[in-house]
Design a protein around this ligand. Structure first.
Ligand code: HEC
Length: 464
């Protein structure tokens, strides 16, 4: 006993002075590792094999990715963190094997790494990100609210979360078989996703990306939107006779099924929040619901099934036009909202020399619309020609046609209006188009047959 005590004292005596002269050792942040470091371990650098390709077999090990998975799940990320933090010396990037092994020898890196030299200098942004983690950087407050692009996978069971600042996948919402529509709560705390397999509205926590509520619907759902004040969620019911279910966002109760004209494919809340506009393929009808009463205000029947819609605004913010895509029509129709009638019909251009795609069009050669936040440009997809077409607003002049990939579907533009995200159903990818340069900049691999997408600000995880 005595011997033990004196031994402990001796230890304390010898260790304390050493610690005192050392720099403080910052804690290594798990959230930063998960969201910032792991994407580097997954990324493909030209001319190099990816870190994950070798290291999922060991020395030091990364968790093996599940078949078809783009990123690790939570449990795997925790395991990766536990192992890889041992290759970081907290506070000292210049002593951390994680940073030195793949760094060029001339830049102060180790003599040899069997996986090659991935960074020529310490000023490489990836090296700097790793250095930040080693110095104890956390996701911080600015990271608490982040813009995200959400990509559903219509033939899959998950939704990919993309950071538009880096155009990388930073998360996956799991466990929703055949997710259909998706929308973000205005306060950024939740994501609403319609679940075709379970016929529920699934509510996902923006922080954990986990489903925490499944609300039963009156039938198989299609698309979804949320009221501008966040209090109600509108879900299009695709099963006969068709309805728009109204979900109370506080109680999570399905409070009303509004009878409408025909089975509902898409439903949108207008930019001013005053109406929920639902479209039926079977009845070729648009049903306009007054959101103050949740009763049908008016309907309009066109000559073909109603597909995606978008809305232009008057100067006072009220709805000016509904832009409507129709079944078997390679273009869109413009409906004057006040006059309640079709005023214009625009056919997308043929692309000479490009063979027309005819397989699996699902009755909809053009199925995706988006308007830039400044209201000056409209984008529409062409499945015939694997492209997106840009039009100026309000005059509907064709600006450009850009090839993006097989079966382009839905479109979304984040609030800064800089990039257009196109679900490329036939390529299992989300294409990114630079709106100012009008060119395709990247294709991000996502899940099986991506279709609906959405973007907006999420209150994402900080550390824990
Ligand atoms: C071609 C396969 C391959 C690739 C790609 C690869 N590594 Fe390695 N890595 C190895 C092997 C094999 C070892 C063990 C032999 C050695 O140390 O060179 C290793 C060792 C390491 C070590 C251990 C260092 C130590 O002190 O033991 C770290 C850390 C590491 N790699 C990080 C990375 C990172 C980060 C990347 C991507 C930027 C990467 N590796 C890419 C094969 C690879």
């Amino acid at each position: 006993m005595t011997a033990f005590v004196s031994h402990a004292c001796l230890l304390a005596l010898t260790i304390v002075p050493v610690l005192a002269q050392n720099r403080p050792r910052p804690a290594l942040d798990y959230a930063f590792f998960k969201d910032r470091v792991q994407p580097i371990l997954l990324d493909k650098r030209p001319g190099h094999a990816r870190c994950v390709t070798c290291h999922q077999h060991g020395s030091p090990p990364l968790e093996p990715l599940a078949a078809g998975a783009a990123i690790w799940n939570e449990e795997q990320s925790r395991k990766n963190f536990a192992i890889w933090k041992m290759f970081a010396v907290p506070g000292q990037p210049e002593k951390s094997p994680l940073l030195l092994h793949p760094l060029a020898r001339e830049a102060g890196g180790d003599r040899f790494h069997a996986g090659g030299k991935h960074w020529k200098s310490r000023s490489d942004p990836e090296w700097q990100t790793l250095a930040g983690w080693v110095r104890g950087q956390t996701m911080g407050a600015n990271r608490a609210a982040a813009v995200r692009v959400l990509q559903t996978n219509a033939a899959g069971d998950n939704v990919h979360v993309i950071d538009p600042a880096t155009n990388r996948v930073v998360g996956i919402i799991e466990d929703i078989e055949v997710p259909h529509g998706i929308t973000i709560a205005p306060d950024g705390t939740r994501i609403y996703i319609t679940d075709e397999a379970l016929r529920t509205l699934d509510v996902v926590d923006a922080k954990t990306l986990k489903v925490f509520q499944r609300i039963p619907l009156s039938g198989r759902p299609n698309n979804v939107d949320v009221s501008r004040d966040g209090s109600k969620v509108y879900v299009g019911i695709r099963q006969a006779p068709g309805a728009v279910d109204v979900i109370d966002a506080k109680s999570f109760k399905n409070v009303k099924s509004v009878p409408v004209k025909g089975e509902i494919h898409n439903v949108y809340v207008t930019p001013d929040g005053k109406y929920a506009v639902a479209g039926s393929i079977a009845a070729s009808a648009i049903s306009v619901i007054d959101t103050s009463t949740d009763a049908l205000a008016w309907t309009l029947t066109l000559d073909a099934g109603i597909r995606p819609m978008a809305f232009t605004r008057n100067k006072d913010g009220s709805t000016k036009e509904i832009i409507v895509q129709l079944s078997n029509f390679h273009g869109f129709v413009v409906v004057d909202f006040a006059a309640r009638k079709e005023v214009r019909r625009i056919t997308l251009p043929d692309v000479p020399g490009h063979e027309k795609e005819t397989q699996g069009l699902q009755g909809s050669p053009s199925h995706g619309l988006a308007i830039t936040p400044d209201g000056k440009m409209l984008w529409a997809t062409s499945k015939y020609y694997d492209s997106v077409a840009a039009y100026s607003l309000p005059d509907y002049q064709l600006l450009k046609v850009i090839p993006v990939g097989l079966h382009p579907e839905w479109l979304t533009i984040p609030p800064d209006g800089r990039q257009l995200y196109v679900a490329i159903a036939g390529d299992d990818a989300t294409a990114v188009v630079d709106i100012r340069k009008m060119e395709l900049v990247k294709k991000i691999p996502v899940g099986a047959v991506p279709k609906r997408n959405a973007s907006g600000t999420l209150l994402t995880a900080s550390s824990n």
